[in-house]
Design a binder for this molecule. Structure first.
Ligand code: F6P
Length: 347
């Protein structure tokens, strides 16, 4: 049995822990061979492989990023008059003697995995994303690390904000979901947290900010990159779409918009820190290492059981299997009642 492994979409801490777990259990318990595919779906599309054995996964548990490389290649993006992406992948897998594929990725990578499974490819999915926005799993690995990085940044920004009597705006990632902002803001004691799920009033944000200054503390405003003002059209920098047709939201300027508005309306100085890809780098937390390792172990078990077309998922404390179709069917956004838990700490 030869099993291919790929990591697709934005990287996140914990990818290497999955790869290690898949290979270690696959080789030791099932006697499988592995083939690593480079850079997400580009690897199987072009037949670009890298050797993957127990030696190759030694020492990678604490390493961020992915030893396989990643990309946002969409195998279903138009292939002109040549063979379709699915046909090319099937031919390459057959040529390499690969019987099954483990695809580690988020909404886009797993969406492609779902379509390939429908076309006859033996796929098992593993959910990853710092955004934590996949409906079928309680948590994705990478999220906890990103939240901890953002929390540490907020802790540091508190001291400089207070020294200068400034408002500090912290822009975090998350695409259309406010999970990173909500958790980092709660953990870091933010003055207000702004998420895409609830358009914000700039007037209300300024009231919170002024109130915090009155209590002799400096406000920290945590804003998700996808947050949007309710009352006015926000002329965000247009950064186009990726190969899956999704708007690029990182660095589109919502943090700077808030800083400008706060300065204009309150007369206080404001500065913005855009955390950006720092949230995706470096070593995973213990939580993410454990979750990623468990996902890897259960993914290779799914291959062993022939349970293709499934994704491993965390439900409470158990790892379960869910159909890939379900995995990408709903985007998990922050429900109003979860956001309401943070509101007593605003202002
Ligand atoms: O999905 C993970 C994520 O980090 C989002 O939070 C962010 O909007 C996006 O990826 C950034 O993508 P890229 O690395 O392609 O700039």
């Amino acid at each position: 049995m030869r099993v291919g492994v790929l990591t697709g979409g934005g990287d996140c801490p914990g990818l290497n822990a999955v790869i290690r777990a898949v290979v270690r259990k696959g080789v030791q318990e099932y006697g499988y061979e592995f083939v690593g595919f480079r850079d997400g779906w580009r690897g199987p599309l072009e037949g670009d492989t890298v050797p993957l054995d127990v030696q190759a996964v030694r020492g990678i548990l604490p390493r961020g990023g992915t030893i396989l490389g990643t990309s946002r290649t969409n195998p279903f993006a138009g292939s002109g008059s040549g063979p379709s992406g699915a046909e090319r992948i099937k031919d390459n897998l057959a040529g390499l003697g690969v019987d099954a594929l483990i695809a580690i990725g988020g909404e886009d990578t797993l969406g492609a995995a779902t379509k390939l499974y429908a076309e006859g490819v033996n796929v098992v999915g593993v959910p990853k994303t710092i955004d934590n926005d996949l409906g079928a799993t309680d948590y994705t690995f990478g999220f906890d690390t990103a939240v901890n990085i953002a929390m540490e940044a907020i802790d540091r920004l508190h001291t400089t904000a207070e020294s200068h009597h400034r408002a500090l705006i912290v822009e975090v990632m998350g695409r259309h979901a406010g999970w990173i902002a909500l958790h980092a803001g709660l953990a870091g004691g933010a003055n207000v947290i702004l998420i895409p799920e609830k358009p914000f009033s700039i007037e209300q944000v300024c009231k919170y900010v002024e109130h915090r200054f009155q209590t002799r503390y400096s406000p920290i405003v945590v804003v998700a990159e996808g947050a949007q003002p309710a009352d006015e059209e926000f002329a965000a920098a247009d950064q186009g779409v990726d190969s899956f047709g999704h708007a690029r939201l990182a660095n589109r300027g919502v943090g700077q918009l808030l800083a400008d508005q706060i300065e204009q309306r309150t007369g206080k100085e404001a500065r913005t820190a855009v955390l950006g890809h720092i949230q995706r780098g470096g070593t995973p937390t213990a939580f993410d290492r454990v979750l990623a390792t468990r996902f890897g172990v259960h993914a290779i078990d799914a291959v062993h059981d022939g349970a293709y077309g499934n994704m491993v998922a965390l439900r409470a404390t158990d790892i379960i299997r869910v159909p890939l179709t379900e995995a990408t069917a709903t985007l998990k956004t922050v429900p109003p009642e979860r956001y309401a838990e943070a509101e007593p700490f605003f202002g």
